[in-house]
Write a protein that binds this ligand. Structure first.
Ligand code: COA
Ligand code: AMP
Length: 632
């Protein structure tokens, strides 16, 4: 019997045979010489010596195997009132011609291509076209501002950038092209060309020397066949927030990733070819990479690109409409989306209008799911609600209830058990295992399974210092939590400066750098405080330079505007205060976690080493004026 326990044990005891068996889910040009290459440990490589093409596995092989006329991608856009379905044949035609354009523009294997696109089919086509020719794509989320885009351009050094004239946020049109122009202006490295998709909602101004019209180029291009790539060649770089303003460029390979994606579609999500799987995320996040683009297509399933929101496009029934119209069997979203729906429609009246009979499960990730939201969703949707825990770095779930293996009883607040391939440990600061039920730093014994990141882009040193150095032989997840007597894991929060705002991972360190850049600010702190809708929101504290004769309100507004301009609206930075001093220890460490406890109204111990107790009183007073702690 293919039970969870059997697969889990095999995956840890004999990873070579386990993953070589799973590799049969992929079509290879050349088999691996070594399944797990540990010759450079602690840097591990999977399927060394093997060759394949990810795009071939996601498109061509399905067309060759009789799925040419099956739906590959459904585009559903309530904000433009559009629906369009692409069959596997149609998607292959589009992608291979777009790959032709990239080739004509001089993009070769190993070159980087930056993708800054809204939620339209061309975003997925762009990723697959890169994969087809072995170019390494780096998708940047549309909610980031020009400055963040520039940072990524400087780091990835893309030969070209693919973008669109605009995105649509609810009823607002967000022009992408001026942000792209500004980012290229700001960055030291200059991409040679941009390919711009003109959308009818906004027309981008083109620079004759640099900008190329997407539609014209694709209609004139010749289709290109797949390039055979090493399993260990990079498929993509995805930047994610670390503790500083410099984001981390997570690198994913081709071979391990393809195998892991197939494994999860089959054994975790339990989805068959031909079934509709909808990840209501964005291609700019890892969930979008894994489960809007690669996972469903590698599996021969149908993916949904939804250009809309859970609420307001036009109402809180939007998700239920998409599920019923496209016969979605599994929805994957972030808990914050459900909280938004619940806030507007607590009784979930809208769901009654739709046929939900095809839906088998709801998967949640991206942030901790509070038990209340989970139970609400279970009651209203009448399907298992599966919380699962993962990270940009891993690319797929570390802990989950694997529906394709064996369904375990759900315990609200826990993403269930370690997924095969992951040996999860809970450690104290000395690296010793903590007892069952006690909180510890969560670390995963190396090697990480296939499909997880191989390094940080051109920065092995940061890869080691950020993840491998704290606990020798382990990957440090940056999360803290505990395990119960049934081996269920509980993920309680981060051990670093990363916060989670509406399922979006952001760095308070990066936000502090922005505030500190204001000419009137002497020092500052940013913390994540609990928020009923978004899980957490950032809150800023600034001390003004002595002699800065400014109205507090004015400075606060400037800080909010600066954050929007430098990081982007996605930072959701709307609350800040000016204080005389920040609470610190005598050694000068800012007491961020104490400040967070005051804001959240949770218990805290005043550290014995605090240098001035009155600083805490000032913070408490200021927070009170803003209505913190909020009553829950
Ligand atoms: N392009 C441009 N701007 C964007 C954007 C994009 N792709 N995505 C978000 N923004 C903007 C929003 O318009 C908003 O701007 P505003 O401050 O001017 O209103 C800001 O960034 C913050 O966005 P968000 O945090 O998403 O808040 P919201 O109020 O617009 O929506 C939710 C709230 C709950 C509906 C929304 O956050 C949501 O659907 N979350 C689910 C997230 C998710 O699926 N994550 C997946 C990770 S696994
Ligand atoms: P990201 O890299 O954007 O996917 O964010 C990863 C982080 O989000 C993790 O390190 C966790 O802190 C948090 N996270 C993701 N999924 C969960 C979950 N199911 N439960 C608790 N936290 C989660």
């Amino acid at each position: 019997m293919n039970t969870y326990q059997k697969q889990y044990q095999q995956s840890l005891n004999n990873p070579n045979s386990f993953w070589s068996e799973m590799a049969k889910l992929i079509d290879w040009d050349q088999p691996a010489k070594k399944v797990l290459d540990d010759s450079q440990a602690p840097m591990y490589r999977w399927f060394a010596g093997a060759k394949l093409n990810t795009c071939y596995n996601a498109l061509d092989r399905h067309v060759e195997n009789g799925l040419a006329n099956q739906a590959a991608l459904i585009y559903d856009s309530p904000v433009t009132n559009t629906q369009k379905t692409y069959t596997y044949q149609q998607l292959l035609d589009e992608v291979s011609r777009l790959a032709g354009v990239l080739t004509e523009l001089g993009v070769n294997k190993g070159d980087r291509v930056l993708i800054y696109m809204p939620m339209i089919p061309e975003g997925v086509m762009a990723m697959l076209a890169c994969a087809r020719i072995g170019a390494i794509h780096s998708v940047v989320f549309g909610g980031f501002a020009a400055n963040e885009l520039a940072t990524r351009i400087n780091d990835a050094k893309p030969k070209i950038v693919l973008s669109a004239s605009c995105g649509i946020e609810g009823k607002r049109i967000i022009e992408y092209k001026p942000m792209l122009d500004e980012a290229i202006e700001l960055s030291q490295y200059k991409p040679s060309k941009t390919l711009i998709l003109q959308r009818p909602q906004a027309k981008a101004t083109m620079q004759a020397e640099r900008d190329i019209d997407w539609k014209t180029a694709v209609s004139n291009a010749a289709p290109i066949k797949c390039t055979s790539l090493k399993a260990t060649d990079a498929l993509y770089i995805l930047y994610t927030s670390g503790t500083t303003g410099q984001p981390k460029g997570v690198v994913r390979d081709n071979g391990g990733h393809a195998v892991a994606m197939m494994w999860t579609m089959k054994y975790l999500y339990n989805i068959k070819a031909g079934e509709v799987f909808w990840s209501a995320s964005d291609i700019g996040w890892v969930a979008g990479h894994s489960y809007i683009c690669y996972g469903p297509l590698l599996n021969g399933s149908t993916t949904v690109i939804y250009e809309g929101k859970p609420i307001g496009t036009p109402d809180p029934g939007a998700f239920w409409r998409v599920i019923s119209e496209h016969k979605v069997v599994s929805l994957f979203t972030a808990p914050t989306a459900l909280r938004a729906i619940r806030k507007e429609d607590p009784q979930c009246q809208h769901i009654k209008k739709y046929d939900m009979s095809n839906l088998r499960a709801l998967f949640l990730a991206g942030e901790r799911c509070d038990p209340d939201t989970l139970v609400w969703a279970q009651n209203k949707m009448q399907v298992p609600v599966i919380d699962h825990w993962w990270q940009t770095e891993t690319g797929w779930a570390i802990a989950a209830n694997c529906l394709g293996l064996e369904e375990f009883p759900i315990k609200a607040g826990s993403p269930t058990k370690a997924v095969p391939g992951y040996d999860i440990h809970f450690l104290d600061s000395t690296g010793k295992q903590v007892p069952t039920g006690e909180m510890g730093a969560i670390a995963i014994k190396l090697p990480l399974p296939p499909g997880t990141f191989s390094t940080l882009w051109q920065n092995d040193e940061r890869f080691f210092s950020s993840y491998l150095n704290t606990f020798a032989g382990y990957y440090e997840t940056g999360d803290a939590g505990y395990q119960d007597e049934d081996n269920y894991v509980y993920i309680m929060g981060r051990t670093d400066d990363v916060i989670n705002v509406a399922g979006h991972r952001l760095s308070t360190g990066a936000m502090e750098e922005v505030i500190a850049s204001h000419p009137d600010v002497a020092e500052c702190a940013v913390i994540g405080v609990a928020n009923k809708l978004k899980g957490q929101i950032p809150m800023g504290f600034a001390v003004l330079q002595s002699g800065a004769d400014r109205k507090e309100e004015e400075v606060i507004n400037e800080l909010i505007e600066l954050m929007r301009k430098k990081i982007g609206p996605v930072a959701a930075f709307k609350t800040a205060m000016i204080v005389k001093r920040l609470p610190k220890t005598r050694s000068g460490k800012i007491l961020r976690s104490t400040m967070r406890s005051i804001a959240d109204g949770t218990k805290y111990k005043v550290p014995a080493t605090i240098d001035d107790y009155t600083t805490l009183d000032e913070i408490t007073e200021n927070l009170k004026k803003l209505g913190y702690p909020k009553s829950t």
